[in-house]
Design a protein around this ligand. Structure first.
Ligand code: HEC
Ligand code: HEC
Ligand code: HEC
Ligand code: HEC
Ligand code: HEC
Length: 216
């Protein structure tokens, strides 16, 4: 019985083997690198805005409440981005009225065109999210957006992945706070778990992990 011999053409495969192994290694590196870059991971995403609006200045130093500008956050799914008129309460007369940094804002106001702010947080359309359902139930802005009051330029702090949503829906007590502290960025409880469990009871919180809660 003769030994099985590979046909001659298979020698070509031997020559292909090295490029395949090297190519595979390069492919893996690129994949991991792309997977970890901010654009694909989204956490850390921070586009340049047409006007260099600083939350650190307005919400931090000046101490303006988030709801002064994001007026619908307690009543609607979306947390409205303020119209130019809100900015002009201060910047039309009085403060920095001729600043070149505000040129685009003045132009938008004069021509009655909306400012084109770059959107930062953006869930896919098939996932349903609602601000009012969270901020009226004891989940503060900071739990999901981080220390906005310290950001010169807003960046996305959290991944906003399904695993991230579910993590809190499984144990909301780790994040619940009194309703009058929702926009307080510096609020820190002595014992989060103890208070969280108490508030969960008091507010009757029943977070759901059913698919239909977020995919309707
Ligand atoms: C003076 C008005 C003003 C105040 C006060 C303010 N914001 Fe904003 N906010 C804006 C504007 C304008 C934008 C869009 C431009 C930008 O991203 O900087 C924005 C953007 C954001 C975004 C990103 C939106 C996106 O595209 O994903 C978040 C999150 C946010 N604000 C949270 C907060 C929180 C939390 C507070 C309170 C600590 C706050 N804001 C206070 C005006 C304001
Ligand atoms: C309650 C008043 C108030 C409101 C409302 C307000 N600002 Fe301001 N803004 C200020 C003050 C005060 C400063 C700091 C001025 C200084 O540095 O002397 C400032 C500074 C700025 C600067 C920096 C200007 C420079 O030349 O350094 C920008 C840009 C700016 N604001 C944009 C906005 C935008 C955009 C909005 C609306 C989303 C807005 N502001 C709403 C009070 C306000
Ligand atoms: C439970 C998490 C969570 C909390 C709490 C939360 N946000 Fe958000 N926020 C999000 C998510 C997720 C998005 C993106 C929504 C989308 O793309 O549909 C977002 C988007 C935004 C936007 C962009 C406009 C919009 O609605 O898409 C603003 C402004 C904002 N949030 C401000 C706030 C403020 C101010 C508070 C506190 C009063 C707050 N958020 C509390 C998760 C949260
Ligand atoms: C930090 C905690 C936390 C995070 C993060 C969080 N949630 Fe929630 N979610 C809650 C709490 C608390 C409630 C209120 C439950 C109740 O009313 O009993 C809630 C309620 C909801 C509801 C029910 C709203 C309704 O009107 O029926 C939806 C939908 C929802 N969350 C979607 C999301 C999505 C999507 C994400 C991720 C992008 C997310 N949540 C992230 C804590 C959180
Ligand atoms: C608390 C809210 C929430 C619940 C509950 C939830 N999802 Fe999701 N889901 C999301 C969000 C937000 C995304 C988008 C996240 C992203 O882009 O990474 C998502 C994405 C997905 C995707 C796309 C995944 C991908 O990698 O692109 C699938 C499939 C999915 N969900 C299935 C389910 C199923 C099945 C259930 C029930 C067992 C479920 N989800 C429950 C919030 C939720």
């Amino acid at each position: 019985m003769s030994r099985f011999l590979f046909p001659k053409w298979t020698n070509k495969i031997k020559n292909l083997l090295l490029p395949l192994v090297v190519g595979g290694a390069v492919y893996m590196v690129v994949l991991v690198w792309l997977g970890a870059s901010p654009k694909t991971l989204v956490a850390g995403y921070s586009p340049v805005q047409p006007v260099p609006f600083s939350h650190a200045m307005h919400a931090g130093e000046l101490g303006l409440d988030c709801r002064y500008c994001h007026t619908t956050v307690e009543t609607a799914a979306y947390a409205a981005i303020p119209p130019t008129a809100t900015c002009m309460n201060c910047h039309e007369t009085g403060i920095k009225t001729t600043s070149p940094k505000l040129a685009k804002l003045r132009e938008a106001f004069a021509t009655e065109q909306p400012m084109r702010w770059e959107k930062i947080h953006d869930l896919p359309d098939y996932a349903y999210f609602n601000h009012a359902s969270h901020v009226t139930r004891g989940v503060g802005c900071k739990s999901c957006h981080g220390r906005i009051d310290q950001m010169e330029r807003v960046f996305q702090q959290e991944p906003l992945s399904m695993a991230w949503c579910l993590d809190c829906h499984r144990s909301p007590e780790k994040h619940l706070r009194p309703l009058d502290q929702i926009t307080n960025m510096a609020w820190a409880p002595e014992n989060q778990l103890e208070l969280g469990l108490q508030l969960k009871n008091e507010y009757g919180i029943k977070t759901s992990t059913d698919c239909s809660t977020c995919h309707r």
